[in-house]
Ligand binder design. Structure first.
Ligand code: XIL
Length: 355
């Protein structure tokens, strides 16, 4: 297991243009991995994930970073963060050409100070999109706005973002494209344009397509994303990863073929990251489902990290569902113990992100 971490880290170190933040992040992961060998289980989520070269992250909100219990839990348990809302278009470019980075900067600075990785979320999405973008009427104007937005954000955080969700939720559950302003004005090619623009803007960031309800390989939406990735790989359009949001609940449970779905994405030559994991509950059933998800990721070398969609239940976007690993007093739930032991059980380490 450690061998994989070293190999991956050595590969990273050889990559030209690697930025300090990434070195710090990966060195932190490596250090944790070396201290906690396979024989002695690590006692935090991040350290146990690091034993196989993976990260374990949380979605965080800048406005909680002044709460000691929140920060203590974040810093103790996690080695990756995703800003929950602070990098979205409405937060970063509410007025055309006028950029606001302060809230996201706060999260990035905190994470880097702790040696954590940062996932960028998200550049092109129909939701939390300012009305000025939705009001653009020509293809040329939407293209200019979209590439300008990608260039601005990715340049601002260049070298500091481990993976970017370049495009989020571009498909409907039927597998058809979602009818967004990007789709209706630019057409099918907008996703390719976004990824090509992103690669040029920050060559060190892994570029992900991110979506929900793509956890079951047999669903039409999942097949549509398989087709997108296969097409990009065939034509040399840059894409490094697929993010499975994995917002599970009673009507959308963890599918039995979840591991196979991850394997099929990986077989297309991309990493898989579980990016917004949540499963409602508080007892053994929730713990079983979390275990199933972590085991599935651990079984696939290219499943490189897991992010839960918040830290304590009461800060979840769906607090009534209590879908997270800590209760509202920051006590560890049974699901936490299930995740920790699944991470400690090991699995194949990640392989290089780009094939
Ligand atoms: C949610 C946030 O958690 C909320 O705070 C916000 O009000 C709405 O968006 N898919 C995504 C996430 O990619 O960014 C969304 O986050 C949930 C669904």
């Amino acid at each position: 297991m450690i061998g994989n971490v070293v190999t991956d880290t050595a590969r990273q170190a050889r990559r030209p243009g690697l930025r300090t933040a990434l070195v710090v992040g990966i060195a932190g992961v490596l250090g944790a991995g070396l201290m906690a060998g396979p024989a002695d289980a690590a006692s935090t989520l991040g350290a146990s994930a690091a034993q196989t070269g993976r990260y374990f992250g949380a979605a965080v909100a800048a406005h909680h970073l002044d709460e000691p219990a929140y920060v203590a839990t974040l810093d103790r348990e996690f080695n990756s963060v995703t800003p929950e809302n602070e990098m979205k278009w409405d937060a970063t470019e509410p007025v055309r050409g006028s950029f606001r980075y302060a809230a996201a900067d706060q999260i990035v600075a905190h994470a880097r100070g702790q040696g954590m990785l940062v996932r960028g979320h998200t550049l092109v999405w129909h939701s939390q999109l300012p009305s000025w973008v939705r009001g653009l009427s020509t293809a040329a104007d939407v293209r200019t706005a979209m590439t300008g937005h990608i260039n601005a954000l990715m340049s601002h955080w260049r070298g500091q973002i481990h993976s970017w969700n370049v495009v989020n939720e571009a498909f409907q559950d039927t597998g058809a494209r979602r009818n967004t302003v990007f789709q209706s004005r630019i057409g099918d090619d907008y996703i390719e344009l976004a990824f090509r623009t992103a690669r040029a803007a920050d060559p060190d960031a892994r570029l992900c397509y991110n979506d929900y309800y793509i956890d079951d390989a047999n669903h039409a939406k999942t097949r549509a994303v398989f087709d997108l990735v296969r097409d990009f790989k065939t034509r040399g359009v840059p894409i490094d990863c697929v993010g499975l949001q994995s917002h599970f609940n009673a009507t959308s449970p963890v599918p039995d073929n979840y591991r196979q779905t991850i394997e099929r994405f990986a077989a297309l030559g991309v990493d898989v990251q579980i990016t917004e994991l949540e499963i409602p509950g508080s007892g053994a059933a929730q713990a079983d489902d979390y275990r199933k998800v972590v085991n599935a990721c651990m079984a696939v070398a290219r499943c490189t990290g897991i992010t839960v969609f918040g830290i304590p239940d009461h800060y979840s976007w769906r607090p009534y569902a209590t879908p997270l690993l800590f209760d509202s007093e920051y006590n560890k739930k049974p699901a936490y113990e299930a995740v920790l032991s699944a991470l400690n059980a090991g699995g194949p380490g990640p392989v290089p992100a780009r094939s």
